[in-house]
Design a protein around this ligand. Structure first.
Ligand SMILES: Nc1nc2c(ncn2[C@@H]2O[C@H](COP(=O)(O)OP(=O)(O)O)[C@@H](O)[C@H]2O)c(=O)[nH]1
Ligand SMILES: [Mg+2]
Length: 161
């Protein structure tokens, strides 16, 4: 993207908290729904923006379901960084692993958000152990805890790199 702007695409399993994460960062964020020609399938994605470290950060939340691979590919074009949101009460599931493998192939800067850390069963440490060498930020998109700080830290790595 143009100088001063960052496109960050938010991935993760269905229900991990992608929409909530973007909502927590931009209260004016939009959840956009698109209905296919057949009328049956609704594809939803999110768009939010905010200022971080003098950068205009554009956040795109992708649909989590397997069948929306094509939407993820479109949204991922030209991204400066990728975030994978993981439900810390459920851990690294097959979908998370699949997204991680695909993003590793693209060699895009990547960070994980271990979400729902307000829940008693949340285990962000287990997520870190399952993803050796990766950065995992514990957050709660529900109460906003560490959400901005985590994005700020990730943006710092993008700006520095
Ligand atoms: N307790 C808790 N619930 C959350 C949190 N983030 C999201 N949720 C809930 O998890 C569900 C899925 O969240 P959503 O943002 O729609 O997930 P998405 O499918 O990844 O976009 C919703 O019921 C949210 O209210 C969190 O940090 N803590
Ligand atoms: Mg969503």
């Amino acid at each position: 993207m143009a100088e001063g702007r960052l496109k960050i695409v938010v991935f993760g399993s269905f229900n991990a908290g992608k929409s909530s994460f973007i909502q927590a960062l931009d209260s004016g964020s939009r959840n956009i729904e698109a209905t296919s020609k057949e009328g049956a399938t609704t594809v939803a994605f999110d768009f939010g923006r905010l200022q971080v470290r003098d950068r205009a950060v554009y956040l795109f939340g992708t649909p989590g379901q397997e069948r929306f691979e094509f939407v993820r590919e479109i949204l991922a074009r030209g991204m400066d960084g990728a975030i994978i949101v993981v439900d810390a009460t459920r851990g690294v599931d097959a979908m998370t692993r699949h997204l991680y493998d695909r993003l590793k192939e693209l060699e895009v800067p990547l960070a994980f958000m271990a979400n729902k850390c307000d829940c008693p069963g949340a285990a962000p440490g287990a997520i870190s152990r399952d993803l050796p060498g990766e950065t995992v930020y514990p957050i709660s998109a529900r109460n906003g805890e560490n959400v901005y700080a985590a994005l700020d830290a990730f943006v710092a790595t993008l700006v520095a790199g």
